[in-house]
Design a protein around this ligand. Sequence first.
Ligand code: SF4
Length: 367
Amino acid sequence: MTDSLGLYLHIPFCKSKCPYCDFFSGKGSETDYVAYCAELKNKIYYWSKRTDRPASTVYFGGGTPSILGTERLCDLLQYVKTCFSVEPHAEITLEVNPDSGRHLDFSALKEAGFNRVSVGFQTAAERELKALGRIHSIDDARLTVQRAQDAGIDNLSMDLMMGIPFQTIDSLKSSIDFCASLGVKHISSYLLKIEKGTRFYEQRDSLHVADDDEQADLYLFAVDYLESIGYRQYEISNFAFEGFESCHNSAYWQCREYIGIGPSAHSFFEGKRFFYGRSMQDFIANILHDDGDGGSEEEYLMLALRLKSGLRFSDYRARFQKEVSPLLLRKVNKYVGSGLMERDPQHFGLTARGFLVSNTIISDLLS
Ligand code: SF4
């Protein structure tokens, strides 16, 4: 197979653990960073020997990649480029936390090849930032974005969260306005989910978070408002100016293949899904967990329905050499009738209201 693939590198370190976060990440020392980068390079080399497919996207996620500092990040990217054939116009993303991000040398990062920066921001309201246990200030975020822009990186994304304790539609609007005023071209806007194993989960009975109706109001407001100021929704939680959609994440939803390197990182490679466990020891020992075959019709439908463009009949036909079943289309029509889906001769997909109940709709479509 000569198709290009995506590369994901997981950096499992954070300065402190946010109480809502269930990603595999924790505190690390300078010694840990050095040891981890060396291990990451071993695995980058290992995977590069298993394929000669070019990389069309590279994504440094976490955790907090920016915690490693400019020099180590440039060195890692350089190593990726030595081992893999990275396409000349590949999208190369760096996730940054404003706390460590503002100290990065973005000119050096750009020189090394990073051309997209994603800032973990969450909210422009101090009270909400505190409630989320975030360690950065709003000014840290402003500085991080401006420094990246000054270095000539204009493909910037900011993460926002919806359903934060104390959040209102007005404060969400102010957070969106803050991102827009900085000129970022992409916004990811996620609903807060209380995950097992997090501090928020232990405190769930005393936390004042948005209930289902309030979450729906916040979400529908965000979709409408973001669209009205130019951020086109292209996925359940992602909005961008034309041409600034994330290529790396879009490839996941288009059911394209990628290799994830790092503890907890998932891969879809040569038709198989597998992942590293949430353990540094397992990662070092290169223990991979099988997650079955990938790319089935069901999986394709599930992923396509995360996208605003939904399932395109021509893509489905090209991939599976057949038409979408009449039974599935009858079910789609039922949801079109209730305003939760839309359909035209080229595609069908979920509406904004449909996205709010996407799990229920998708399990019905697949049953
Ligand atoms: S900075 Fe991000 S990855 Fe780290 S604990 Fe907070 S939410 Fe999780």
